[in-house]
Design a protein around this ligand. Structure first.
Ligand SMILES: [Zn+2]
Length: 332
């Protein structure tokens, strides 16, 4: 069992450079929205379809949100907002689409990188049905975003503040969202595999911790399930280059695991990506118990169904200062 915590209520004052960095370019005392400084391109294969896709991450205007532009072979393009309202499938990965129209699958690892990099607005042009799996984690997308650079915009950044606790699922598999002054994610998994077994982790979600503690955790699958998945048209692009492959007594990947508890950390990464479909960062506490994409999405559906359970709030600039400093000062 591993528990990750970050000192969030550190009583020390913010360092002068961190405070200055937060104020620089900020309007008044609120944090500002961010987009990419310049477009950046990548290409790769989809984990499930095995199809090659080309993708360009582009800057977008304030208040656009994250939008996927699916470019079809005919050249026709369709815009699909990265919203919980556009989720059309949650088996094995999260897919968004328009009714009867095109869709984009496996968006969650890219969405997690956008959330972890605090990108509010971006246009993701994609030629292909599925976001490239890259190495199975969010790290290559974090790297792309860092290469493109980010820039502040003139509109205040908003967070979805959770006011009332909601819960979806059953005691066996559930997701709980509740109020918290600092964004917190906890997760536990319990697999009938001696390689994974029970893993539990908790972290205060700030930009710095996502990158160092979560972003490199890769997706995983079991060797004995591979034939079954492929027969169902899934995992066709899966390989040791883009997934941890678990056998009866270990992992097949040369070099082993990136974190001792890489499996639960990847589940947290998925949750960060799926929750970003709320339309902004969540100011609250998430707990996942043996959960997955389906319940991550169901939690957002249930949350938004009750207008008294949430409200949008502007993020104080002091929060941004704490991210710069590697800490998050409680502000709410
Ligand atoms: Zn995943």
């Amino acid at each position: 069992m591993t528990v990750m915590t970050t000192a969030l209520h550190d009583p020390r004052p913010l360092s002068a450079p961190a405070f200055a960095a937060a104020r620089r370019g900020s309007r008044g005392d609120v944090a500002l929205q961010r987009t990419l400084k310049s477009p950046i391109r990548c290409a790769g294969i989809g984990l499930h379809s095995g199809a090659r896709a080309e993708m360009v991450l582009k800057p977008a205007q304030a208040n656009t949100g994250i939008v996927f532009r699916r470019i079809e072979p005919t050249g026709r393009s369709v815009d699909i907002a990265a919203s919980w309202q556009n989720v059309v499938d949650t088996r094995m990965c999260t897919r968004i689409g328009l009714p009867g129209g095109p869709s984009v699958a496996m968006i969650e690892h890219l969405m997690a990188a956008l959330a972890g990099s605090e990108i509010d607005n971006a246009l993701i042009e994609i030629e292909g049905p599925e976001v490239p799996v890259m190495d199975g984690s969010s790290a290559p997308f974090m790297f792309l975003i860092e290469c493109a650079g980010t820039v502040e915009q003139s509109a205040p950044r908003r967070a979805l503040k959770i006011i009332k606790e909601i819960e979806v699922g059953t005691p066996d598999k559930l997701v709980r969202l509740g109020p918290s002054a600092t964004p917190t994610i906890s997760y536990d998994i319990d697999f009938d595999s001696p390689v994974i077994r029970r893993q539990q982790a908790e972290m205060k979600f700030i930009n710095g911790t996502f990158k160092s503690e979560i972003s490199r955790a890769r997706t995983f699958g079991f060797l004995h399930e591979l034939d079954q998945l492929r027969a169902a048209g899934l995992a066709r692009g899966g390989s040791l280059d883009n997934a941890v492959v678990v056998t009866a007594d270990g992992v097949m990947n040369e070099g082993g695991l990136r974190y001792d508890d890489e499996f639960v950390r990847h589940k947290m990464l998925d949750a960060v990506g799926d929750l970003y479909l709320a339309g902004g960062p969540i100011l609250g506490r998430f707990h996942g118990h043996r959960s997955g994409h389906h319940l991550h999405h169901a939690a957002l559906v249930q949350l938004f169904a009750d207008p008294s359970a949430w409200r949008w709030v502007e993020i104080p600039a002091v929060a941004a200062a704490a991210v710069v400093d590697g800490r998050f000062a409680a502000t709410a």
